[in-house]
Design a protein around this ligand. Sequence first.
Ligand code: USQ
Length: 405
Amino acid sequence: MEKGTVVILGGDGFCGWPAALHLSYRGYQVVIVDNHSRRAIDEMLEIGSMVPIANIANRIRRWCDVTGRQIGYARISIDKEYQKLVSFLDQVQPMAVVHFAEQRAAPFSMKSPANKRYTVDNNVGATHNLLCALVELGLDAHVVHLGMMGVYGYGTAGMAIPEGYVDAKLKDPITEEWVETQIYYPANPGSVYHMTKVLDTQLFYYYNKNDGLRITDLHQGIIWGVATPHTLMHEELANRVDYDGDYGTVLNRFIVQAAKGHPMTVFGTGGQTRAFIHLQDMCQCIEWAISQPPAKGQRVRVWNQTTEQLNILEVAKLVAKVTGGEIRLYENPRLEDAENKLQAKMDGILSSGLDPIKLNEVEVGEIYDLACKYTDRIEVDKIYCTSTWREGMVVDKRGISYEGA
Ligand code: USQ
């Protein structure tokens, strides 16, 4: 059954591509918008996805061959080509727009002044252009945005992280009386990239209040996993797999490192606890959000898109158990607490009945087997994180052995 048109901004990327296939498979008319900036960054960093990926034309053609389903495509830089975006949305008239089109790596965003400025200009510009275009057109499309758990920060306030809003008591600075209200949970981003997601929340708040745009902001944890049933249907449908010091995310990196016979690069003591979600569950959550649009007039809806919270050293130990990989502790290139607690409310996505894929030895083993096939494509000198949060911080390529594995 056809379910309406969904535009996926950033539909050629690590999350966008599997989400596009998932929604297409589930009966939505999917149209991808992308400017391939992520592929251009690969060239700039002189790195490629561990798994080879087809170009967008071949990806879409192959999807149609395999499933008989069409996916549309438009090349637009939504941060810069505003009129093109307006004309496109006017023509397509989507019921929903899923917005993945942002520079998504914290280390990349911290690498240089140019990268900081690019990340802010690109991410905030893209989000604002989208919202402005919807208002200009009077188009009531539901915006589903990929926000991040990192907007909350990882400091421990002695309580679980709520879904966006928190009940608060504020002290009137003049009368000193206490006022009960509900506010956004105080933002505390840990990188320029994460800060752009905070700036996005302010744009959403304003356009929802002023223009009644219907918006869902999904504060997603760190994705792990490299494939979905759809990306596995043909090698030309494969998803990108990043392992490098800028774009690789922690769990996938550890597994790839083990496959290459490189020690796992645990930063600091590994005492950080972070929110995680499997790639396939991310696709299901996006579909759930689209199928349940907020009512007209409803405030920005915020869901935490994570299914479990895990300690980094424990993650490394599990990978070591499955793969026999070595764990080493490296100087942390980031400014972050050595240890933190993290517990997040996740009622929004769990109300879908999602049965989450939790981290387990079988899943790790499957990703490891895949990585072992591509060890020739893994470049050891790209594994190290050379981006530091402040000038003068150490880039540690040696680490020290972790004895407690
Ligand atoms: N870490 C290591 N060793 C590594 C890489 C990372 O110990 O080799 C540690 C980091 O110090 C950090 C944690 O693992 O404490 C997570 O790092 P990450 O690179 O996996 O994740 P992060 O930079 O937070 O960003 C990733 C995605 C981003 C997404 C975010 C979700 O790149 O797009 O927004 O996860 S969240 O952080 O919850 O906001």
